[in-house]
Write a protein that binds this ligand. Sequence first.
Ligand SMILES: NC(=O)c1ccc[n+]([C@@H]2O[C@H](COP(=O)([O-])OP(=O)(O)OC[C@H]3O[C@@H](n4cnc5c(N)ncnc54)[C@H](OP(=O)(O)O)[C@@H]3O)[C@@H](O)[C@H]2O)c1
Length: 269
Amino acid sequence: MHKPTKIAFLGSGRIARALIQGLLKTESVAPNEIIVTSHSGVSAKRLAEEFGVTSATSNDQAIEATSIIILCTKPAQALATITASQKSLTNKLLVSMATGIRSEDLFQAAAGKARILRAMPNTAVRVGKGTIVLSPHTSTTPEDFLLVKTIFSKSATLEEVSEEKMDAVTALSGSGPAFALLFLEGLMEAGIKASLDPKLSRQLAAHTLEAAAALVLETSATPESLRHEISSPQGTTAAGLQVLDQADLNAIVGKAVQAAIQRATQLGR
Ligand SMILES: NC(=O)c1ccc[n+]([C@@H]2O[C@H](COP(=O)([O-])OP(=O)(O)OC[C@H]3O[C@@H](n4cnc5c(N)ncnc54)[C@H](OP(=O)(O)O)[C@@H]3O)[C@@H](O)[C@H]2O)c1
């Protein structure tokens, strides 16, 4: 397995920015090893100015300079973008971050000439705490898979699923940080209303969610048993949990995840 000399990002929006920030922050890749493009060229130039990466004038120019291409356009633009660069994509590895777009459709869009690996990241990659879930197409080789894992291993936890699970993954770990952030905002605002300084409330809310996640990740206990450890009968936690139970928080979260899954499925059609 050879680390490629350059990586091309087609699309320079929010997720490309987060992935690039993570790669640079963790020194996984140097700025001069990254080439970016965008539809208008504006967002690509902005990334080039901000991070010292190279902005190419066309997708073909970027693809031809690299052997690994990360597709970061909106789902609606993904297949047309690949079709337009079919010739340049011959024998290249294409890693698609586009929500809902099936790897077989990407493979066909590339006229069967590129190797395709579908991936679902989240924006926490920018601080080295992301999750990237990979789903290889039959065209991907074990070396491709290992290469992608190596490139992103410092900025994300990497997982693998079969493709039919990718919409569920998209809802849980692609969109999930936004759901958790909404809860964090709720904690923070409640703290401020209860007289805490906004800065302190922000810190306490963020560390609280980090602590809950650490308890799950660093022990083998279930979230439910960990919750019982904190909640003594008639105590403060029990009083708060009763309110959340009455509002059926878990059912609401379940509906949010279902809505995101349905949207991911629609985007792929
Ligand atoms: N944002 C997230 O948290 C997140 C998480 C997981 C997955 N994703 C997936 O990542 C993809 C990108 O999302 P995003 O939020 O980063 O979108 P975004 O901010 O709207 O960025 C899209 C980028 O694609 C560029 N683009 C459009 N057509 C192009 C073409 N033909 N060639 C090259 N670049 C082209 C746009 O250029 P212009 O600026 O010139 O229009 C823009 O830079 C989506 O498929 C999304 O589902 C996003």
